[in-house]
Design a protein around this ligand. Sequence first.
Ligand code: NAD
Ligand code: GLY
Length: 371
Amino acid sequence: MFKIKVRTDKKSYPVYLGQGIMESIGPVMSRCLPARPVLVVSDRNVAPHYAEKCLKSLQLGGFKPFLEVLEGGEEDKSLMAASGLYERLLKTGLDRHSAIVALGGGVIGDLAGFVAATYLRGVPYVQVPTTLLAMVDSSIGGKVAVNHPLGKNLIGAFYQPALVVGDVDALKTLPGRELNAGLAELVKYGIIRDKKLFEQLESLIQSVPPEDWLLKIDSRQLLKFIIRAVLIKGEIVYFDEKEKNLRRILNFGHTFGHALESATRYAYYLHGEAVACGMAMEARLAALQEILDRVSQQRIISLIKQLDLPRPPAGLSVNAVMKALSYDKKKEGEELIFVLPAGIGKVLMYKAPSSSLVEKVVEEYLRGDLF
Ligand code: NAD
Ligand code: GLY
């Protein structure tokens, strides 16, 4: 089992990563949290595989666990779902000496973390990520949120977990499409911060095409990538927990990615897929703005192309994507902000790129010319 410390100004917490470590959650948790009642929040796809293992282990660690299984999916990241959890916590009699365990992907982690941040003005919570995206991104760094009808993740807080336990064996039951969406987040870390990681992913993806990942990927290799990603994210969060400057680089691929998600009403792409398309588009924009050399642009786009992404949706217009972009919440005044690659392993913040170039990139993507 590997242990990585994530530090912020006010708090530091361990992230345990390994194979077959779900059984150890209770004993590991008892090192950081005194024994207490715990509400385990999970969803209907995850619970049948892992809830029993998790509950047993919590009992072994001296905790008194209760289980709440939600439907799951983005609709559950809502104030209504949060309210249902508050009710369950209150009715079960969980007080300030209790804790919450989020057993699932980013949806469960963001929701349960939000409830932990607000229930009785804050109780500790533990992230047990079961998707690749949650292991490398959402379980680390304390961004917790629910959606509002006017936008995603608009109601939330920065609230760090007490610990994170990521078991790569849980990825064996993850649908292939979800695994690829998480893989896109790994590629993101390579582009923004770690050329070597990018190159390792390049050679891995060439030797094992994404559709064969589930069968052929070596868990130890995957674990190494996850550790690398957590180290990178931990370092970024250490320098900038509240996203005032450095943490914004994690939004690479997100300006176009969010516009694609929003223009398709969150019903076409998985989040990681939209970010992957956004990364290819932002690499193209960087090249058009002469920030990125053409060879690096090609390498980035070719790697993303191999992620088995959905085709651009038929009927999606350039205007619809441009309109969605105009509502981007990262805007400063009227100016769009992009995180653009300046090479492989290096990005910069770029304000107000030429709108005709932005439009050209959207056109190229929608025509299928980009990849
Ligand atoms: P998710 O939580 O919806 O999980 C994806 C699907 O896989 C779900 O159907 C789930 O039930 C299923 N699943 C999860 N683990 C499984 C397993 N081991 N075996 C079988 N099925 C499994 O989606 P996600 O991609 O993990 O997370 C996306 C969410 O994360 C979005 O809401 C996004 O906004 C959020 N997010 C948050 C942050 C952050 O910093 N807090 C960062 C990135 C994304
Ligand atoms: N996923 C972006 C962040 O944690 O800042």
